[in-house]
Design a binder for this molecule. Structure first.
Ligand code: XMP
Length: 529
């Protein structure tokens, strides 16, 4: 299919298709906060899973040839006007079904049982008593704890169902029609607060469904390599590297598939952290021998920001110029038809479905110039972030890149509050390097969503030796978070803060003070600009 040199011994796409049984477990999303989490949990069991909206037509679901269905929870009451209903035809696909919370109630109604608002809502940790002989609760204690979040309850299961679990507020907390392969639980097995939740999901996947545990990084790589080869044939492919894990893994997958047909472009805007640009070049051009264009545009970007203090204006200029620089390079690499994008599965699920107020414009620096005429190659489209990391490790990407904390496209430019100058850039980069070093040494790096230094362009008076100083402060920002939508300031140990503070003040020229940001998000955002 390709005349590129074969880099690795990867089977032909057709062979892969024959070997690999990737029928998905489909999670039917009834609007639950946790629907994505269900799909992730299933994949953690090495079973391929995808999420589909509840109003997906049954024929479309059938066409996906699912191995099983999981009906998610949802915020509505089944009796509310407009509440999402379950098409009974879904239960006739002949595959096992697991209903969770709202999913249990929806399937109860669809099969002629009864759901009611009993006045016995349950939220949080709840005692659960399970019946003997239920496959779903195999190898779990009869009395266990689960995590509930419901107002309505099933009060009469559909005909043919056996009650397999009950809680103080929900006499029907679990039920099954085992011979039809239909199981349902009122609690949430996907959340960590349900101690045996993972066992319940495993029992469903491997006991009820008998799914093969084949969704591994190795398989993902094989499948994607085959798909990429089938998509691009012998054409040339372009990829913008940002230094982040997504574009790095996407590039390596494409490189493994089509070798030197890939050219990577790394636009160095000069706002990266210490050592990052060197690492990208060493890893890609050096270690993996990927054809790499390293565009040194540091001066262009710095002069672009002369006199600019407004955060949005900084973002706008950087984003726009980034695209221009990238376009200029693309034009030079005449004849390239494909562009690699590091789109993740969570982007695919969420795109278009959420409308949030604009707090700041996240120019997708390192992303796609919208008006360029390329076909997209998106090898991460099916992967969650943690899976991207696993694939990265399997492909041999250095741990430091695989586990890099999120870093904004405009980089250090939006961590200098005020005009960006070379002196300030130098100071914030140096302070950040010290901070990262100490955070890593103390074993905190992977516990934090992000940790970084901010340099507000104000100066204060200090004393060093016997002399007066008049220099910048550095702010330490360290947060924990699940998804960056909310964040809490990290409770770093005082001893660690002390070392960071004293090293920054002693080692970084033009800095005489270190302060700690103890704001959560909201009301603060994670970045200062
Ligand atoms: P805020 O500051 O809005 O940031 O709480 C939320 C998350 O987004 C990252 N961030 C960006 N990422 N381009 C990016 O790719 C950007 O322009 C950008 N701005 C902020 C930020 O680091 C945090 O993880």
């Amino acid at each position: 299919m390709t005349d590129a040199p074969a880099l690795v011994d990867v089977p032909d796409p057709l062979e892969v298709g024959d070997d690999v049984d990737d029928r998905p477990v489909l999670v039917v999303d009834f609007g639950a906060q946790y629907a994505q989490l269900i799909a992730r949990r299933v994949r953690e069991c090495r079973v391929f899973s995808e999420l589909l909206p509840h109003d997906t037509p049954v024929d479309e679901l059938r066409a996906r040839d699912p191995r099983a269905l999981i009906l998610s929870g949802g915020p509505a009451s089944v009796y509310e006007p407009g509440a999402p209903a379950l098409d009974p035809a879904l239960l006739e696909l002949g595959v096992p079904v697991l209903g969770i919370c709202y999913g249990m109630q929806a399937l109860t109604l669809a099969l002629g049982g009864e759901v009611a608002r009993t006045g016995r809502a349950e939220f949080g940790k709840t005692a659960l008593e399970t019946a003997e002989g239920s496959l779903l609760f195999s190898d779990t204690p009869a009395d266990q704890t689960c995590w509930m979040s419901h107002n309505d309850s099933v009060v009469r299961p559909p005909d043919g169902f056996r009650i397999t679990g009950s809680s103080p507020g929900a006499p029907v907390a679990a039920m099954e029609a085992a011979e039809r392969g239909i199981h349902a639980v009122q609690f949430h097995p996907e959340v960590a607060h349900t101690p045996y939740g993972a066992d319940v999901l495993k029992n469903f996947l491997f006991g009820v469904v008998d799914a093969p545990a084949t969704w591994t990084a190795t398989q993902v790589i094989e499948e994607q390599v085959a798909r990429i080869r089938a998509q691009v044939g012998s054409a040339r492919v372009l990829c913008a590297l940002s230094g982040g894990v997504d574009s790095a893994v996407a590039a390596l997958l494409v490189h493994r598939a089509v070798g030197d047909q890939l050219t990577c472009v790394f636009v160095d805007h000069g706002f990266l952290r210490a050592g990052e640009a060197e690492q990208v070049v060493e890893t890609f051009a050096g270690h993996f021998e990927v054809p790499l264009v390293h565009v040194q545009a540091q001066e262009r970007f710095l002069s672009l920001l002369e006199g600019v203090t407004d955060p949005e204006e900084k973002r706008r200029r950087i984003g726009e110029t980034f695209i221009r620089v990238f376009e200029e390079e693309a034009v030079k690499l005449d004849g390239i038809r494909y562009l690699v994008q590091g789109t993740l599965y969570s982007d695919v699920i969420e795109s278009g479905s959420r409308t949030a107020a604009k707090i700041k414009s996240h120019h997708n620096v390192g992303g796609l110039p919208e008006d360029i005429d390329f076909e997209l190659v998106e090898p991460l489209r099916l992967l969650f972030k943690d899976e991207v990391r696993r694939v990265g490790i399997e492909l041999g990407l250095p741990e430091r890149m695989v586990w890099r904390q999120p870093f904004p496209g405009p980089g250090l430019a939006i961590r200098i509050i005020g005009e960006v100058t070379e002196e300030r850039l130098e100071a914030v980069r140096h302070a950040d390097a010290v901070l990262q070093d100490e955070i890593r040494k103390a074993g905190w790096y992977r516990k934090l969503w992000q940790s970084f230094a901010v340099l507000p362009a104000v100066r204060s008076v200090g004393v060093m030796g016997d002399s007066r100083t008049y220099a910048y402060p550095v702010v330490i920002r360290a947060v924990t978070s699940e998804d960056a939508m909310t964040a809490d300031w990290a409770r770093l140990p005082y001893d660690l803060l002390e070392v960071i503070s004293s090293r920054i003040i002693n080692e970084v020229p033009n800095v005489n003070r270190v302060v700690l940001d103890i704001s959560s998000k909201p009301p603060g955002t994670i970045e200062w600009e």
